[in-house]
Design a protein around this ligand. Structure first.
Ligand code: FMN
Length: 418
């Protein structure tokens, strides 16, 4: 793939971590391209990376001294360098990232200059794993990657192809041109929500029947948490209202925990007035018991009849109260007449967008790491997204919503100036 001529990284501060993979030779070309695009590149190598490519090569190409040791012998006063570097950088990249370094980062080990720097970095971090197929697919590596995603790290998955072992499989470091294009896209996204307040709801709700039993659904909150994480990475102030879930709070996100649909309604309406973008990804119960028994219901041989009443419709209420400049995005999960029902919801609830989850397809819907969304806009525009990891689906959804938002603002400005 040829490097896009318009890629500019002028004056960008990039930290490039290089680790002990056979693909470390590609780091030389990567540095050359980053420098050509105008970036300042500070390289940190792990001690093992120096067995694969010399600091002399990378130092010459980056025009900066390569850092390797956490405790450099000749610079006794420089032990806080790793903290300052993490603040200097606009973005840190680890390419190639070994299984060993991924494990270190996933578990917070601080025993190399690179992991110490990344642990204290405030900038976004892009990891580009490169390794043998089976190392990559080992549950330990996959779990480390999953954990790193939850911590907010960006992952550029390796490619399928011929590997250094002579085998063919997943694990190849993408070509430096692709990595540069990815870095440029990440940096463009980075500030796209600065100054904006994004409100996200996520997870299931729980409607208590008695103190130990409830009505709920299988939602885990993964999609909403992915959206909150992605919005925070783009510079937004994010409020995440979450039903019961075990997911950790994404970095930089203010989380409000609720249990019932009524609590979610109240918390959402409280925070909506200041929100610029609202994403309603929670699976909210439509019905709740008319009464919650104060103590555990005793079982009998008779049938138990539960009387249920409607819960408040949060989305419809937000649609009624919305400010004209507020963007309202709903989610739909339909098993029958999915598209028609989603379009109906979009219109009747006064939404800008609706993201339709495909429950009946493998890998999509509740409790999976992936999702297949169909995006519907109030203008009638419709787009089918492929099956994507939920983090990527969140990024694409934000990209689409922000592009439309910028276009409609530009149209409004043009109309006013006529
Ligand atoms: C020839 C050779 C090639 C290697 N290639 C890789 C690789 O591509 N990916 C990987 O995760 N580990 C690879 N390893 C293993 C790492 O070098 C080893 O785990 C090392 O400790 C990584 O340390 P670091 O992450 O601190 O650089 C390779 C080892 C050898 C001897």
């Amino acid at each position: 793939m040829a490097l896009e001529t318009h890629v500019s990284l002028e004056s960008r501060h990039l930290l490039l971590g290089v680790t002990g993979s056979i693909a470390a030779y590609k780091a030389a070309e990567l540095v050359r391209l980053l420098k050509k695009a105008g970036a300042e590149v500070q390289i940190i190598m792990t001690p093992d990376a120096t067995r694969f490519i010399t600091p002399l090569t990378l130092g010459t190409l980056s025009e900066r001294e390569v850092l390797i040791d956490l405790f450099p012998e000749n610079e006794p006063g420089s032990w806080t360098k790793h903290v300052h570097l993490g603040r200097w950088a606009d973005l840190a990249i680890v390419a190639p990232a070994t299984a060993q370094t991924l494990a270190r980062l996933a578990h917070g080990f601080c025993d190399t200059m690179l992991s110490a720097t990344l642990l204290s970095a405030r900038c976004p971090v892009l990891l580009c794993p490169a390794m043998d197929h089976d190392m990559y697919h080992h549950p330990a590596t996959q779990q480390n990657l999953e954990q790193l995603r939850r911590y907010g790290y960006e992952i550029l998955p390796p490619e399928f192809g011929a590997l250094a072992s002579g085998l063919v499989g997943d694990g190849r470091l993408p070509d430096p041109e692709r990595i540069v294009a990815h870095i440029a896209a990440l940096l463009r996204r980075q500030a796209s929500l600065t100054g904006k307040h994004v409100l996200v709801t996520a997870g299931p709700t729980r409607e208590m029947i008695d103190p130990v039993r409830c009505l709920t659904n299988p939602a885990t909150g993964t999609m909403g948490f992915a959206l909150a994480r992605a919005a925070a990475r783009r510079g937004a102030q994010v409020t995440l209202i979450s039903g019961p879930t075990w997911l950790p709070t994404p970095p930089g996100v203010t989380r409000i925990d609720v249990t019932s649909a009524q609590e979610m309604y109240e918390a959402t309406l409280q925070h909506a007035p200041t929100a610029d973008f609202i994403f309603m990804a929670a699976a909210v119960a439509d019905y709740t018991p008319v009464e919650t028994a104060p103590s555990k219901l005793k079982k009998t041989d008779d049938e138990l009849v539960l009387r249920l009443r409607r819960t408040p419709d949060i989305l419809a209420e937000l649609g009624r109260r919305r400010r004209p400049d507020q963007v309202l995005v709903g989610f739909a999960l339909e098993t029958d007449n999915a598209l028609a029902n989603a379009r109906n919801k979009l219109r009747h609830k006064n939404l800008d967008w609706i993201a339709l989850n495909r429950l009946n397809e493998p890998g999509a819907g509740f409790g999976t790491g992936t999702n297949r969304l169909t995006l519907l806009h109030r203008s009638g525009h419709q787009e089918e997204l492929p099956l994507l990891p939920k983090d990527e689906a969140a990024e694409v959804l934000l990209d689409r919503v922000l592009t439309r938002y910028a276009d409609s603002n530009a149209e409004k400005a043009a109309t006013q100036s006529v």
